[in-house]
Write a protein that binds this ligand. Sequence first.
Ligand SMILES: NC(=O)C1=CN([C@@H]2O[C@H](COP(=O)(O)OP(=O)(O)OC[C@H]3O[C@@H](n4cnc5c(N)ncnc54)[C@H](O)[C@@H]3O)[C@@H](O)[C@H]2O)C=CC1
Ligand SMILES: CC(C)CC(=O)C(=O)O
Ligand SMILES: [Mg+2]
Length: 373
Amino acid sequence: MSKNYKIAVLPGDGIGPEVTNESVKVLKVIGEAYQYNFQFDYGVMGAEAIYQTGNPLPDETLELCKNSDAVLFGAIGDPAFDNNPDAKVRPEQGLLKLRKGLGLFANIRPIKTYASLIKKSPLKREIVEGTDIQIYRELISGIYFGEKFTEENGDYAYDVCKYSKEEITGIAHLAFQDAQKRKKKLTLIDKANVLDTSRLWRKIVKEIALEYPDVKVDFMFVDNAAMQMILNPKQFDVILTENMFGDIISDEASVIGGSIGLLPSASIGNDNALFEPIHGSYPQAKGKGIANPIASILSAAMMLDHLELTQAANKLRESVENAIESRYVTIDLNPDINYSTSEVGDFIADYIRFSERSYYNHENVQLGKSTIV
Ligand SMILES: NC(=O)C1=CN([C@@H]2O[C@H](COP(=O)(O)OP(=O)(O)OC[C@H]3O[C@@H](n4cnc5c(N)ncnc54)[C@H](O)[C@@H]3O)[C@@H](O)[C@H]2O)C=CC1
Ligand SMILES: CC(C)CC(=O)C(=O)O
Ligand SMILES: [Mg+2]
């Protein structure tokens, strides 16, 4: 009997719906090939939700997510709000409220390279080749969640950065446990020469490190880390950092692989999990069919890992690698060939179909007839 999984799908704004469509497309094929019953329930959020309901995260959307096995999220954001400093309600508030409401304290962002894309990076081959980093970004505290104030005359404003021991402890343990399975190195990125919150991070991470004696810990100021990330990214194994530093450092790290359109993430809490590309809504590309869907599809693979569907997760990653190595990619990675968002999704879906024997038999398709593999 096939197992049921309830997946909440929040496509969001800009390119969010286009890239999320491709993830749902490939997940449907995975479901058929491996006999998993994925039920996709859609929710509205972001600018789209503001236009429809006045609220960037309607209660029904949060409830839908809470009652699901996992959430697949696209992206939110709209220039109508970005260009209006007086907007009282913003799409981004919906995303922060969603992360907080689901208790998603750890955002995990893997950074890696693909052999055929090494030359797409603006950095030298010897710098990027073999990079393999896991960034653990705290996701529901820090300056994005502290109190805010703007004076009525608009001449004065502040955002407060706060952290508690509990908020640091949960994600730190996850990062140390991952480091134990990897190269056993953890770098805390902070600004402990200036910020009290960073000094708290250092103190707590040093205490927790005693429980993981096999993991080598080092500390790096974020300004230096920004430079080291593009000078010598291979020095990093697991990076642990607070919310805003992790946001910025991970976008910077996307130049190593060749495009931010490749980078997925998992946002993990005690009771819920959400999977999202690290990029935003890229509004300039909306509706053009040029957005790279791979960040979203690899986020779906992280979702399969989370659901303990490891074989399917590995198949999905293999299919993405096949598309990349076959140069079947969007314009950000190949301006000469330039496949569309949905063509890349189709290619990945077809690879799964044609490489899964059970699916062949099921569909009565003759083995060896594929033009794709
Ligand atoms: N998680 C989320 O929903 C996020 C939302 N945003 C929102 O998105 C909007 C746009 O923000 P930006 O700063 O321009 O960041 P962005 O990540 O949307 O785009 C920055 C640049 O990255 C590249 N890019 C992004 N996604 C791509 C994809 N799938 N394929 C190929 N290239 C891609 C494009 O060159 C683009 O100009 C804003 O409203 C912002 O608030 C920004 C970051 C995260
Ligand atoms: C729009 C922000 C709230 C989020 C962001 O940039 C991110 O999570 O990468
Ligand atoms: Mg970001």
